[in-house]
Design a protein around this ligand. Structure first.
Ligand SMILES: [Zn+2]
Ligand SMILES: [Zn+2]
Length: 303
């Protein structure tokens, strides 16, 4: 099952040096989940060959403009392009008010429903579940209410050893039971042990998204043991005072967090406009956590 994330933008605050504000597209089993929607997100979707209408779920971490200024444009374009299926939006409650005002004064009545799920920035919550994954929020420490998102794949059914089953002429109607891990008792007294005919499916994978936050151990429990951790790393560690003042994290801190929470891989992003080149941030993070990459636009990472 495909579980991968494509970076659409990873700039903080303003678009600079051809870098766009934050947005990511998660593909889980060919369903598309947009995470934050900075200005220019719909252009970025076009640039990297994604159809915006395939997105059915949008997650907004907080209401700083670099995380949602692209939303009104994206939603308007979907309307103009004839979308009728609902769009589910997970976001702080005030976002509904902001969008309503924008639509009201442009006299736009969307052809499709927006279905809001309001996030709470004080307690972690399970906010979504379908056959493929669950999504939980966790509480980040930023200047305004801000949540991170944890996407966890569901455990898949067991894998059948089809050749063996066919060789022994096991009727196909038993396959669903075997996939669920059941041993089979046949009327003639034969017993077919599940473990001899199936294999365990791969362990479910986890993606954690930490958009804007101060270093704060209170959310570490929520993100522990993730396969891919995206963490903001707005500044180099020499700018720690500035990071603390603005409620952001340094590359060194992001790497320490990845190490302490036992992430397998770290992606860093939300780069300050003061950095024209990004390799010093990468080198700083790698000095603590080797398996780090820059969340560069257009890059797709398998989780
Ligand atoms: Zn930001
Ligand atoms: Zn912010």
């Amino acid at each position: 099952m495909k579980f991968e994330v494509t970076i659409l933008g990873s700039s903080s605050a303003t678009p600079v040096y051809n870098r766009n504000p934050t947005a990511q597209l998660l593909n889980c089993n060919e369903k598309f989940y947009l995470i934050d929607c900075g200005e220019g997100t719909q252009q970025q979707l076009i640039r990297y060959g994604f159809k915006a209408n395939k997105i059915d779920f949008i997650f907004i971490s907080h209401l700083h403009g670099d995380h949602y200024f692209g939303l009104i444009g994206l939603l308007s374009s979907l309307h103009l392009n004839g979308r009728i299926k609902p769009m589910k939006i997970f976001a702080p409650a005030a976002l509904a008010e902001i969008l309503e005002l924008q639509f009201k004064h442009s006299e736009t009545v969307l052809r499709y429903p927006l279905e809001f799920v309001f996030t709470q920035a004080n307690i972690p919550e399970l906010i979504f579940e379908n056959a493929d994954l669950t999504v939980e929020t966790f509480v980040l420490n930023h200047r305004i209410p801000c949540t991170g998102f944890k996407f966890v794949q569901k455990k898949r059914l067991r894998k059948l050893m089809v050749e063996k089953l066919e060789a022994e002429q096991i009727p196909i109607e038993y396959y669903p039971l075997l996939k669920r891990g059941v041993d089979l008792d046949f009327p003639d007294g034969r017993v077919l042990l599940n473990a001899d005919y199936t294999k365990d499916s791969p362990a479910p994978r986890k993606y954690c998204y930490c958009s804007d936050t101060l270093y704060d151990e209170r959310y570490f429990e929520s993100i522990k043991d993730c396969d891919t951790l995206y963490h903001e790393a707005t500044f180099l560690h020499e700018m720690l005072d500035r990071a603390n003042q603005t409620h952001h994290t340094t590359a060194l801190q992001a790497a320490q967090i990845a190490k302490d929470t036992r992430a397998v891989k770290l992606l860093i992003g939300h780069f300050s406009s003061r950095y024209k080149v990004l390799h010093p941030l990468l080198e700083e993070a790698r000095s603590v956590f080797e398996n780090t990459d820059l969340a560069l636009e257009g890059s797709t990472f398998s989780i």
